[in-house]
Design a protein around this ligand. Structure first.
Ligand code: GDD
Ligand code: MN
Length: 359
């Protein structure tokens, strides 16, 4: 039975996995280990490459997830598939030096820590040839991360770490599981804090392929922070949904005034066009922001839009119904209007959450 499971999330990493396994084999020597890859249905057929690898090497396994995206959730599901004493997470692209694994394992075995991090920001560690801008952003994010961790950690954004599987199992149900920052999620969730050790990591060059870090990363990071800070009281997806909706109101008014003042369109027609635009806009943005982990694509994008529009129409009826009910019972008009908006928003969110973006 393996003592160590190495969990490796992959998205388009076909040309890296053979080399990675070869290096793991060399680095880990006599240790009983296994590799659990979690692939989000990569278009480059990484899963197929992994299966070919697994047929030659029984230590290799691939979980293939369909219609899902997300580095954190992939790592979590990989770790949950492990029965080993220790689990590690590392990138597939060889930026994380496998020769650090025996040291990490040694520290855990000796009881010197419950969590060991490959850290770029301790003495001896480094980020390699990053551009100044990326370094500055990383440093800023690290400072912000300090808001939600209960212990000082030099590199809570590292994607390379190892911990006791049992400790992970305990906290797994409370993880946010959103975004790219699985380690930060773990250290912000653990109460009491995990005994942590940081080992210096020289962050290497990507072997093949390209980085998946996109502009979404900043948004997903913000969601994770918000979830840890206020998620206990308000579901974070609802906040995101409401944020998108507020922008949608601005879009509505922009279209409405343009049509009314700029083109002299009749009010009813202008209002209808503005409403339609706002619905498409809301749907599109929610699909990439609020539901970044399970966006609808291809023909499912279109059917999703139709269901979202239908749900919002009912929401609008509820909105107007509640607002006029309150208005007739002598509420001030802004109060009545806000109550209507709130009821409509909650309806739209609750129903589209389970229907349009169902799991
Ligand atoms: N399953 C799955 N799903 N895997 C993913 C996804 C996804 O949506 N997105 C990325 N991956 C995999 C990649 O295939 C790679 O193996 C690993 O996650 C890291 O992705 P990279 O694209 O190589 O990220 P990076 O090198 O820019 O950033 C890494 O280093 C940062 C600094 O240490 C990540 O580990 C970050 O989390 C980390 O903060
Ligand atoms: Mn990388």
């Amino acid at each position: 039975m393996p003592e160590l499971s190495v969990v490796i999330p992959t998205f388009n990493e076909r040309d890296n996995v053979d080399e990675l396994i070869a290096r793991l084999d060399r680095a880990l020597g006599a240790t009983a280990w296994e590799a659990i890859f979690v692939d989000d249905d990569s278009p480059d057929d990484t899963a197929q490459a992994l299966r070919a690898l697994a047929q030659r090497d029984p230590r290799v396994r691939c979980l293939r997830r369909l219609r899902r995206r997300g580095l954190s959730s992939a790592c979590i599901e990989g770790m949950l598939a492990s029965s080993a004493n220790y689990v590690a997470v590392m990138d597939a692209d060889l930026q994380h030096d496998p020769t650090l694994l025996p040291q990490m394992l040694g520290a855990l075995r000796a009881g010197r820590a419950e969590l060991v991090i490959g850290s770029r920001y301790v003495v001896g560690g480094a980020v390699g040839d990053w551009q100044e801008k990326r370094l500055a952003i990383s440093k800023l994010a690290t400072r912000l991360a300090g808001l939600i961790t209960s212990q000082p950690i030099a590199d809570p954004m590292s994607g390379y770490f190892m911990l006791q599987r049992e400790r992970f199992e305990e906290l797994a149900p409370r993880l946010s599981s959103m975004g790219f920052k699985i380690l930060l999620d773990i250290v912000a969730t653990a109460r009491p804090p995990l005994e942590t050790l940081e080992l210096p990591l020289l962050f290497g060059q990507r072997h093949a392929g390209e980085s998946k870090l996109s502009t979404n990363v900043a948004w997903e990071f913000a969601l994770l922070l918000a979830d840890k800070l206020i998620g206990r009281w308000v579901p974070i997806r609802f906040l995101s949904f409401a944020f998108v909706g507020a922008l949608g109101v601005a879009v509505h008014f922009l279209v409405l005034t343009t049509l009314l003042k700029g083109f002299g369109v009749a009010f009813l027609v202008a209002q209808a066009i503005a409403t339609g635009t706002a619905i498409v806009y809301n749907y599109t943005l929610n699909n990439v922001l609020t539901y970044v982990d399970r966006p609808r694509r291809g023909h499912r994008w279109l059917t999703g839009l139709l269901s979202f529009a239908a749900i919002c129409s009912i929401g609008a009826i509820a909105n107007v119904g509640v607002a006029s009910f309150m208005f007739e019972r002598a509420s001030a008009w802004p109060v009545a209007a806000l109550a209507g908006i709130l009821v409509g928003a909650v309806w739209n969110f609750a129903v589209s959450n389970v229907y349009t973006w169902r799991r």
